[in-house]
Design a protein around this ligand. Sequence first.
Ligand SMILES: Cc1ncc(COP(=O)(O)O)c(C=O)c1O
Length: 477
Amino acid sequence: MSPGSRRPRSTARDIERYGALFAERTKVMKSSAMRDLMALTERDDVISLAGGLPDTSTFPPDSYASLMSAVAAGSCARALQYGPTEGLTAAKRCIAEVMSAEGMEADEDELLVTTGGQQVIDLACKTLLDPGDVVVCEAPTYPGAVPTFSTYQANVVQVTMDRDGMRTDELEGTLDELERTGHRPKFIYTVPNFHNPAGVTLSLERRHELVRIAAERELLVLEDNPYGLLRYEGCALPTLRSLDEDFTIYAGTFSKILSPGVRLGWTCAPAPVLAKMNLGKQASDLCSSSISQYFVSAYFESGPWEEYVGSLIEIYRRRRDVMLDALAEAFPREAEWTHPEGGLFIWATLPDYIDTTDLLARALEEHVAFVPGRAAYVDGRGGSEMRLNFSGVDEDEIREGIRRIGEVVREQIELYGTLTGVAPAGRRADPEPAGTRGDPEPAGRRGEPEPAGQPASEPEAPAADVANVLQLRRRRA
Ligand SMILES: Cc1ncc(COP(=O)(O)O)c(C=O)c1O
């Protein structure tokens, strides 16, 4: 090839040639749906309710500039240097403050500073999993954990959630069943607060149940808590770690209370586990960014960090309410959604003849995006579910985005009605047509999250072949 000429990209021959070099695990590696959708979130012409983005435009640019100047003036050489794998003492002090705000105590030597909470999931898998090992998690689970689990060739078992979070009765049954077949899960992964994507919170009773189950069976729990401090109503609940330190690997992050751009998180785990995770981190990236760690500690020194979190809570609470109102206004009666007490996400469930992956293609034609539910399952479930984010765009865009999604959902319901003769139930905001549904529940059921993963209403005709027809028509269109 002459210098400067460019090779055509990824020809079949190239794929074959490199394919022979790939490790076995690459066969099961998956792309994260959220990462794929990230490109869309950057397009100006798309209203993206797909990301999990905090609104970093709320952070005052002047403060950022003066904090970075303070780092440059006071710690330039050290900020530009490698740091210890476990993290800088100054950053660990900030972490201890955040943990204390969530009712936990942590000594410096119990902490490992990581490159976001995401790295904690990765390090937990790296440290604990051999190919085929079982991880138990919620159904749905954090979509960003799915590619990590698959990279480590985990055998993922998902336990249903309802409005009180993971069903601990089902968890016990699942663990019994696994034990009978000779499987001992390496850890239980859970997002107890304002679940991503389901938007529900693990109840106090179930928190006690979960730590009891873990302690009795000596199982580790990976408690992933990025959203605990973003509560818009109700009272804070104790973290699992504060109920039992012995079996908890706790994952925290600065991403949602300050900035995901600093890429700083942490873990706090039993000493032998932490030591192995430290070794895993050494192999991954030596240490997390010193610049970021100095930035965070300058920020914590500059004033009460809780104030900015307080301002985020005000903004996100309003956006959540706008989205809930917009859903009630624009979504059809056949749909249901959760009412999160905090965090960044609402989880909506449509009739099961609607496939949200296909629906996304249609929504993109209307310049709006969401995360299709399948991204949050490992077994193809979630086809009629969707994750909606309310933190990343402003109130007008939320209203408009939900209006557009509502339109395409209604379009599908009407098409289904045409094919089956089942009359659409109308919008939540419309008066309910008398005698059309035998549903004793009030329309909308806002404020009463339904069990995640349950269809809004059973289709009144066998849906399978009709769903196929719908899909065919969508593809042709
Ligand atoms: C449940 C959960 N865990 C982990 C992460 C990763 O966050 P980060 O790596 O930015 O801390 C996210 C991000 O959205 C999340 O929602």
